[in-house]
Ligand binder design. Structure first.
Ligand SMILES: [Zn+2]
Length: 302
């Protein structure tokens, strides 16, 4: 009798974990949308602000809830507005080998004093994507280790990207440059087989062009996967060139791709709000990136 009940309990547990594993391995844009909404609700989240500290707490709490460990990479950096405390968050999901694939995106929003900028696509979409991807990868059997890096300080402190840049000291991409510097010095750079950068991926009129600084094999895998999934109306064959967080990785020899929709009318305006972004766009990018992972892992282990 007792054995019977033990077996029943075990079966119930097996059954539920099986269901969890199946639903867990698919990117769920409802969850990603909720993360995006929560971060937008925090308000403007520029580097060094109390609001970005609150955002970090949100991200860490959400990752802890799905059992993913996070390490803070904190530093102080000189900017045209003085010294700013910045923090990259690195969420690690172990795989069969220590070779790593990075999925990166920024979580800061651009500082505007003249209007309220909440960055629904520019800042919240990438962070929301990474939080949901962490849940998916935790439930997946990964051939390589995944590090999801929430980058701080992507945005220029000055009005435009290069207004205050000096040779050797750009006023932008602070987080990615710091991450690469640290990886160079601690010897971990060589284990990184690919870096998938997402930026501004929730545009309700999603149209992602192939970014031409990006590494060809990695771009090919992602755009070919989109085509196989009949999502090539969103991952279009046209090209564009964008300076973004992937450049520091590329300069260090790390294969990188930037998935970015910069042709977004509300870009850097007060209208980068919930009504101009959509869960459907997050789903499209999630489906394509997750489906592309086996081919990227295969390339990374060969
Ligand atoms: Zn921006």
């Amino acid at each position: 009798m007792r054995t019977f009940w033990v077996l029943c309990v075990l079966c119930a547990l097996c059954g539920s974990s099986l269901v969890f594993a199946q639903s867990g391995s698919k990117f769920d844009s409802n969850r990603a949308w909720e993360h995006l909404r929560q971060m937008v609700a925090i308000g403007p989240r520029p580097a060094g602000s109390p609001a970005i500290e609150q955002t970090r707490k949100y991200i860490k709490d959400q990752l802890a809830a799905v059992g993913v460990s996070v390490v803070e990479q904190a530093w102080d950096t000189d900017t045209p507005l003085g010294r700013v405390h910045m923090v990259n968050l690195v969420a690690s999901i172990p795989g069969a080998t220590k070779q790593r694939i990075l999925v990166t995106g920024h979580y800061d929003t651009k500082l505007f004093r003249e209007f309220r900028f909440v960055g629904a696509s520019d800042g919240a979409s990438s962070a929301a994507f990474l939080i949901e991807l962490a849940r998916v990868l935790k439930a997946r059997r990964n051939a390589l280790t995944f590090d999801l890096v929430f980058l701080d300080g992507e945005e220029a402190v000055c009005k435009n990207w290069d207004d205050c840049s000096r040779p050797g000291a750009p006023d932008n991409t602070y987080g990615s440059r710091h991450y690469v510097d640290v990886a160079k010095h601690d010897g971990s750079l060589g284990a990184i087989k690919a870096n998938i950068l997402v930026d501004m991926i929730a545009d309700r009129n999603l149209r992602l062009k192939r970014e031409t600084y990006s590494t060809k094999w990695l771009t090919d895998i992602i755009w070919d996967t989109a085509k196989q999934q009949k999502l090539d109306a969103y991952f279009v064959p046209q090209t564009t060139q964008v300076e973004d967080d992937h450049l520091a990785f590329l300069a260090a020899g790390v294969s990188s791709v930037d998935i970015i929709d910069l042709e977004y009318e509300p870009w850097h305006t007060a209208s980068d709000t919930l009504d101009n972004v959509s869960a459907r766009s997050l789903q499209i990018v999630g489906d394509v990136v997750v489906a592309a992972l086996p081919a990227i892992e295969a390339h990374g282990t060969r």
